[in-house]
Structures are given as structure tokens and as C-alpha cells.
Design a protein around this ligand. Structure first.
Ligand code: T4K
Length: 391
């Protein structure tokens, strides 16, 4: 159907001319990294936009999670959803902190606070909530639990740049929040991330830790690593920030177009966003329940991909079914029924500034065709190897 593949996560490119001007300026100045003018400017703009006191720009979201959780003294066990990108769990295990996987709400797709309570042990030191698809966690309930049990609360807001909760930008909740500015994110710095917080002491510690613990030339006062963002990434971030509203508009328009067509496809559910809040509409997420749709999510995905529509089953099969967690906790799935159900049924469709109404109509027409022909498709496939459909 499409000569060029349609991707989930095709990077948004802002004003190329301005970016190249900034890159030339960086080269002229010969200041390429170590918190130069562009990183400082990017940090200030992000902090202002998110209404937080501190933004520490990082080389990527994963390192930002590692440094933030370490600076917050997370140790022992930390409660995290399994239904997330694996970096949320890896940032802990990398430091030999045990990620304790918690189930998610079937509608919210976010960590279920009721289930969190049941996982707290004397070894628990924190909770990491993920604002999946940019939809906020149940923040107030998690804050109450964290306060009651004296736990640290970190939010992985990798999907949530530009989103609000009760009218306030995500970024200012919990002890700290972490963003990813990976190429596939609404705002990208090629690779990049940030920790944002209102806690002065925590910010100072994180700044030290991301720069080898240096408190000045030759003066190392803390254990540290290298989590710095470089100047070209910051220039990309600044340039992308100037087009952020356009990126979000394009995503919202795409989402609304999908919603219109999906009203004629009742067998498949498209997830909702709270229209009273700001959303970035970065992910177009569908739920394909085989009993309702009459076709398994994986078969539909295979057909879409054969037509160059690169739909993705984020976050199949769940962290608990990936290594090393699968070996550590072979029975974790028994406590994660909603996670297992979602990871068998979710499918993310392409969106972003690289596609528009024409492509969306074609995608939806194809989905309708597949659902209308599911019996015939299954009959034809039943006598063949499943791989044949790719041809
Ligand atoms: N926490 C959460 C909740 C996250 O979602 C992520 C990252 C993190 C933490 C960690 O943050 P970082 O350390 O990454 O900053 C992608 C991204 O690599 C990953 O950053 C992201 N989450 C995750 C949701 O998506 P994959 O395995 O899907 O990547 P990949 O290479 O298959 O790319 C996705 C699609 O985008 C492909 O269909 C191709 C397209 N694409 C990709 C790149 C890199 C392009 O068109 N151009 C490009 O330059 O993980």
C-alpha cells in the first residue's frame, strides 16, 4: 500500500534552517559540550515551560532515570509497572536495585495504586510511576502512599512532554520527573533526556552526579558518571521547542482523524485522552480484543506491516517477560493479569508530522477490509505457513 514505510515515532523536524544556523554557531564558538550556552538555554526554557525550578539536561532518558533514582537514594526494592519501555526497569537493575513489578489499570494503562500497596515490604524505598502515552498516573493517590510509607516517588514522564494534570504541566510532581528526548519523542534532541524537580538539594546532587561529581576544576566531591547533553543536541531541543505547538497540533489532528474513522470500526477501541487537559497525542493506541475483533492483534499487525504500515505492539511482552527479569521472576505474570492482557492486545499506529489524513484514511480502510474479510483471511492462512502473508 505504501512505498515508503509509515512509522510510529518518525522524528519531528522543526526549522532546519534555524537548527543549522545554531550548529554553525556552536562550531564557530568551539564549545561543544560540558554545559555550554545552548544546554543552559535549553534547560531554562524547559524549566519555564514545565513551571519547575530545575531542569538538568541529560544524554538520554535512561541515564536520567539511573541518576535520578540513585540521587534519591533508591535501594533494595522499587515498585514499577511492567507495562513500560524496558528502560524503566533497567535503570534500577543496573544499580542492583530490584524492580518489583506492579500491575496496571486496564483503562488507565498506568500503575495501579491499589496494587502498589500490596507490594510494599521493609525493603521498599520507592515507586516509579510512568505517565504512559502521556496520560498522567493517579498522582495524588501515589503521593499519599509514598508519604505514608516514607517512599521516594519518581515519575518516568518520557511520553508526557507538553501534557498537563489538573492544569499543571507534568514535570512538577513527585520528588522528580524524567523526560526522554529520544528521536522518536514529541520533542527530540536526537538522543537526550532531562530530570526536572523543585527540590534544590536533589537538583544540586543530580548536577554533580551527571558530571563525574565535579564541584569545580579538580574538585570531585561526589560519586558521579557522565550524563551530559551536548550542545548540538541542545540546539535541536531549542529549535524543536519553537515548533512544539505545531507538532502537537499535527498529532492532535491525526488523532481526531483516526477517531472519526474508528467510529465506524466498533470492534477496535482507540484509547481516549482527557480533553480538559493538554495532551501531546504522541501515541495512537488501539486495543484489539480478539473476542470482539475476531482477529488476533498479531495477525492484524502482520498484515499492516506487509503493507508498510509499521504498527508497533508497545510494550509487548512486558518487562517481566524479558531478560533478566524473566529468569529472576519466572512466575511474575501471575500477579500481572492486566499487564498480560494489554500486552497481548495493544497496537500503536503510525502518527506524527510525517503523515496526514490521506494516509490515515488508507490505514483505516485497510483495517476495515481486514476485519470484513477475517474469515477468508484465516481460511486462506490455515493451509499455509503463517509467514506467507508477508509476501
Ligand atoms: N521510559 C519510557 C517510558 C520510554 O518510552 C523510554 C524510551 C525510556 C524510558 C528511555 O528513554 P531513552 O533512553 O530512549 O531516551 C523507541 C525508542 O528507542 C525509545 O527511546 C522509546 N522509549 C521507545 C518507546 O521507542 P524502539 O525499540 O521502538 O525504537 P525503534 O528504533 O524501533 O524506533 C521506533 C520507530 O521509529 C521505528 O518504527 C522507526 C522510527 N524511527 C526511529 C528512529 C530512531 C525513525 O523513523 N527515525 C529514527 O531516527 O524504541
Amino acid at each position: 500500500m505504501f512505498e515508503e514505510a509509515l512509522h510510529v515515532g518518525r522524528p519531528n523536524i522543526g526549522n532546519r534552517h534555524k537548527l543549522l544556523e545554531r550548529v554553525n554557531d556552536i562550531l564557530d564558538r568551539r564549545w561543544l559540550t560540558n554545559r555550554g550556552l545552548y544546554v543552559q538555554d535549553f534547560e531554562r526554557r524547559v524549566a519555564d515551560l514545565l513551571e519547575v525550578k530545575h531542569c538538568i539536561a541529560m544524554c538520554n532518558g535512561t541515564v536520567a532515570l539511573e541518576i535520578a533514582s540513585r540521587a534519591m537514594n533508591m535501594r533494595g526494592e522499587v515498585i514499577v509497572p511492567s507495562h513500560t519501555f524496558v528502560a524503566t526497569a533497567h535503570c534500577l537493575q543496573w544499580q542492583e536495585i530490584t524492580p518489583v513489578f506492579c500491575d496496571v489499570g486496564p483503562e488507565t494503562h498506568n500503575i495501579d495504586p491499589e496494587k502498589v500497596k500490596g507490594l510494599i515490604t521493609p525493603r521498599t524505598t520507592g515507586i516509579i510511576g510512568v505517565h504512559l502515552w502521556g496520560r498522567p498516573c493517579e498522582i495524588e493517590i501515589l503521593e499519599t502512599i509514598a508519604a505514608k510509607y516514607n517512599l521516594k516517588l519518581l515519575f518516568d514522564a518520557s511520553h508526557a512532554f507538553g501534557c498537563t494534570h489538573r492544569g499543571k504541566p507534568l514535570g512538577g510532581f513527585g520528588d522528580a520527573e524524567v523526560f526522554s528526548f529520544h528521536a522518536t519523542k514529541i520533542l527530540n534532541t536526537f538522543e537526550g533526556g532531562a530530570v526536572v524537580t523543585n527540590d534544590d538539594d536533589l537538583a544540586e546532587k543530580i548536577r554533580l552526579m551527571q558530571n563525574f561529581g565535579f564541584a569545580g576544576m579538580d574538585n570531585v566531591i561526589h560519586l558521579g558518571t557522565n550524563g551530559k547533553m551536548n550542545e548540538v543536541s541542545a540546539a535541536m531541543g531549542i529549535t524543536s521547542l519553537e515548533s512544539l505547538d505545531d507538532f502537537i497540533d499535527a498529532n492532535r489532528h491525526n488523532y481526531d482523524t483516526f477517531r472519526t474513522y474508528f467510529s465506524d470500526i466498533p470492534e477496535i477501541k482507540l484509547i481516549n485522552y482527557n480533553t480538559h487537559e493538554k495532551n501531546n497525542y504522541q501515541y495512537v493506541v488501539t486495543v484489539i480484543d480478539e473476542n470482539k475483533a475476531g482477529i488476533h492483534r498479531d495477525l492484524l499487525m502482520q498484515i499492516l506491516q506487509a503493507e508498510n504500515i509499521m504498527a508497533r505492539r508497545y510494550f509487548h511482552p512486558g518487562c517481566h517477560r524479558m531478560e533478566p527479569y524473566k529468569s529472576f521472576f519466572p512466575n511474575a505474570g501471575l500477579l500481572l493479569p492486566k499487564t498480560e492482557q494489554l500486552s497481548e492486545s495493544l497496537l500503536c499506529l503510525p502518527t506524527g508530522t510525517a503523515i496526514g489524513p490521506t494516509e490515515i484514511l488508507q490505514i483505516c480502510n485497510l483495517i476495515q477490509f481486514v476485519l470484513g474479510s477475517r474469515a477468508e483471511i484465516k481460511d486462506r492462512l490455515s493451509g499455509k505457513r503463517s509467514g506467507d502473508i508477508e509476501n
